[in-house]
Design a protein around this ligand. Structure first.
Ligand code: GLA
Length: 663
């Protein structure tokens, strides 16, 4: 199989391209503007089914033939979409049974997009046919570099409750458990007379008088992520049959906002990881959330370079107040993604729509044309990326890891838990932010991932954990790593059944502690600590069983009870954190963990400068210094600054980016 980047001499640059919204004269202008911007990659035809097949069996490819030919002549590589992300009106009219059904039985209608269920047998057949027709038509086209299957699978609607979804859920359960007895055991159906006599009796977890079986809910979340993977694989199988040498992908939405799709599971199925990311304009720390998303995408990609398939040049249209990006922010955003492993920088979309619900969403070519700040910044970004060609294929340096598990995210936030204030991402983001502000890059890794290369491993809110993942984490400490585990981790197994004998059952021995009872705090309450600071959200009755206390609670009834502990484990250590720490406590803890694991930032830099380093296997090293502050900032590094081509001066101007090929 060819790699997508085999056809691109550096960093891919481009956008979603929706030429069906424009007349041919505009297509001609597009080609000239793409040349000026340095565009070398486009995702084409994502929502074009109704234009490719205006009536059933009545195809019109002439416009797409022209587009593909012209892009090939211009040397632009195409990620060709399967066009299946919005079924055409004739298909909905003929087969309304393809439409999504929500938990309360509402059928979601057409007139928007993504109006189909991935388990609809009729829709699967039509989508496979369209994909085959497209693959056959363009299989030898010189512009074809990648297949873009559907679009943001699971966006808008990710759980489906129609008759065919129920049947698919039952089949998935049958494959997972083999027998109804095994399911009854795993789901703990002795509780509340929930026992099933056959798989045919099972329904998706719907509306009910009160709380539902938690394992049923967890399995439905697993199934719902899988249902779209299965839909993807069904289309990818068609593509691979026709064009075995062209890689296939789809655009993920990995960020702090997308909970429904298990992207570590997804990653096993795509040939190259592609991600979409949008800032929340009102978030004053949006650049840190962006770094979180980029680091998560690299984690899902197991460290391999990935594609930023979409982000925005400026405002989006779907937030309450769609503020534009500030001058220079688009370059900083794009290069943060590159600094954290992206080898493609693409946008939604090339030309701003003049009609439709996304007409106020920014794009590379704005409504105002080329005499605009956005266009000038688009051209500047294109030339910046050209100067970074030598970075392509390098890997991000990191010796710290945060374990990330979508199943723990789903399970930890189910109902009927000790506190609704325990939110899966809170601790992960707090540690990620602390490391980000120190210039330390951290990898997100699946609980089963190889941990040999990490000297510091954070395990946060890993409520559900398998025996093998718990052993993997313990082995990292035994081998010499410093492991930090935070509260509400290791409580249940993969079936959401409690590990008995004292919390946290999966990590009791590793941590040298035993927890007798949870003491979640009242809303907005705090708990005093003997370091003079405080925790919030959580406290608990921790007993030492080999570990030493580093910080203790001081408030009744937990006075003198450990809040932070450390246990020696083989050649390494295992720390425990029993509360959500305030900033001083968090930073003190991170100081101690970094000192023990010997991890530091790649270099020294003034406050407000984001740092990251990418390395080639041959030792060539690139330091990214992104100045988010309003002051010029000193960064200690030597070498050639690639964006300017000049020797690095040691200063990164306010709001600017330096990429230093280190000597
Ligand atoms: C998603 C979709 C695009 C577009 C953008 C707008 O990423 O994939 O088609 O709707 O959102 O932000």
């Amino acid at each position: 199989m060819a790699r997508f980047w085999d056809k691109i001499p550096g960093i891919a640059y481009g956008a979603d391209y929706n030429p069906e919204q424009w007349p041919v004269e505009v297509h001609r202008e597009d080609l000239e503007l793409m040349r000026q911007a340095g565009v070398n990659a486009l995702s084409v035809g994502i929502f074009s089914w109704a234009w490719l097949e205006p009536a059933e069996g009545n195809y019109n490819f002439s416009w797409l033939d022209d587009i593909m030919d012209n892009l090939a002549t211009a040397g632009i590589n195409v990620a060709l979409a399967t066009a299946t992300a919005a079924p055409p009106a004739w298909l909905v009219r003929k087969h309304p049974e393809i439409l999504p059904v929500t938990i309360d039985g509402t059928t979601l209608g057409p007139g928007s997009r993504r109006h189909y269920s991935p388990s609809s047998s009729v829709y699967r057949a039509y989508a496979a046919k369209m994909t085959r027709v497209l693959a056959e038509r363009y299989k030898d086209h010189p512009a074809l570099a990648l297949w873009h299957v559907d679009n943001e699978l699971g966006c808008h609607v990710s759980e489906f409750y129609g008759p065919e979804d129920t049947v698919a859920f039952r089949s998935w359960l049958e494959r997972r458990y083999g027998s109804i007895e095994a399911l009854n055991e795993a789901w703990g159906t002795a509780f509340w007379s929930q026992r099933y006599g056959s798989f045919a009796e099972i329904l998706p977890p719907g509306n009910a008088p009160t709380t539902l079986n938690p394992t049923q809910q967890l399995d439905f979340a697993r199934f719902s992520s899988w249902a779209f993977i299965d839909f993807y694989n069904m289309l990818a199988a068609v593509i691979r049959e026709v064009t075995p040498l062209i890689p296939t992908t789809t655009n993920f939405m990995a960020s702090s906002a997308t909970k429904a799709l298990d992207y570590f599971d997804w990653a096993k199925n795509v040939d190259v990881i592609a991600n979409d990311h949008y800032l929340v304009a009102a978030d004053t720390e949006r650049h840190i959330e962006l770094a979180f998303s980029a680091d998560l995408t690299r984690g899902v990609s197991a460290g391999k370079p990935w594609m930023l398939m979409e982000h925005s040049t400026s405002a989006v249209n779907w937030q309450p107040r769609n503020m534009p990006k500030m001058p220079g922010e688009m370059l900083r955003n794009s290069l943060t993604h590159v600094a954290r492993g992206a080898d493609a920088v693409m946008f939604f979309q090339w030309r701003q729509s003049k009609a439709g619900s996304e007409k106020f969403h920014s794009s590379m070519v704005p409504h105002g044309g080329t005499n605009t700040r956005v266009w000038r910044e688009v051209v500047e970004l294109g030339s910046a990326l050209t100067s970074l060609a030598s970075i392509q294929g390098s890997r991000v340096e990191s010796r710290a890891a945060i374990v990330f598990d979508y199943e723990a995210w789903w399970a930890s936030e189910l109902d009927s838990h000790p506190s609704t204030d325990v939110q899966y991402l809170d601790m992960l983001r707090a540690f990620h932010r602390s490391l980000f502000l120190r210039g330390i890059t951290v990898d997100f890794v699946h609980p089963d991932a190889a941990l040999e290369n990490y000297d510091l491993v954070f395990v946060c809110t890993l409520y559900t954990v398998t025996d093998s993942a718990a052993a993997n984490i313990a082995a990292a400490a035994q081998r010499g790593a410093t492991v930090l585990i935070s509260y509400f981790s290791g409580i249940v197994n993969e079936n959401d059944a409690v590990r008995l004998g004292g919390y946290p059952g999966a990590f009791r021995e590793l941590l040298g502690i035993n927890i007798e009872e949870f003491h979640p705090l009242p809303e907005a309450g705090t708990v005093a600590l003997d370091n003079g600071n405080a925790g919030s959200i959580w406290s608990e009755h921790v007993h030492l069983a080999g570990a030493e206390a580093k910080v203790s609670f001081t408030a009744y009834p937990l006075q003198g009870v450990p809040a932070i502990t450390r246990n020696t484990a083989g050649a390494g250590s295992a720390w425990y954190l029993a509360t959500f720490p305030d900033t001083a406590t968090l930073e003190g803890l991170v100081d101690a963990l970094l000192e023990e694991s010997g991890i530091a930032a790649p270099t020294t830099a003034a406050a407000g400068v984001e740092l990251s380093r990418r390395l080639h296997a041959d030792g060539r090293s690139f330091l990214f210094a992104i100045n988010h502050s309003e002051l010029d900032a000193a960064v200690s590094a030597q070498g050639t600054e690639l964006l300017s081509g000049a020797t690095f001066t040691g200063i990164v101007a306010a709001g600017a980016v330096a990429v230093i090929a280190e000597s």
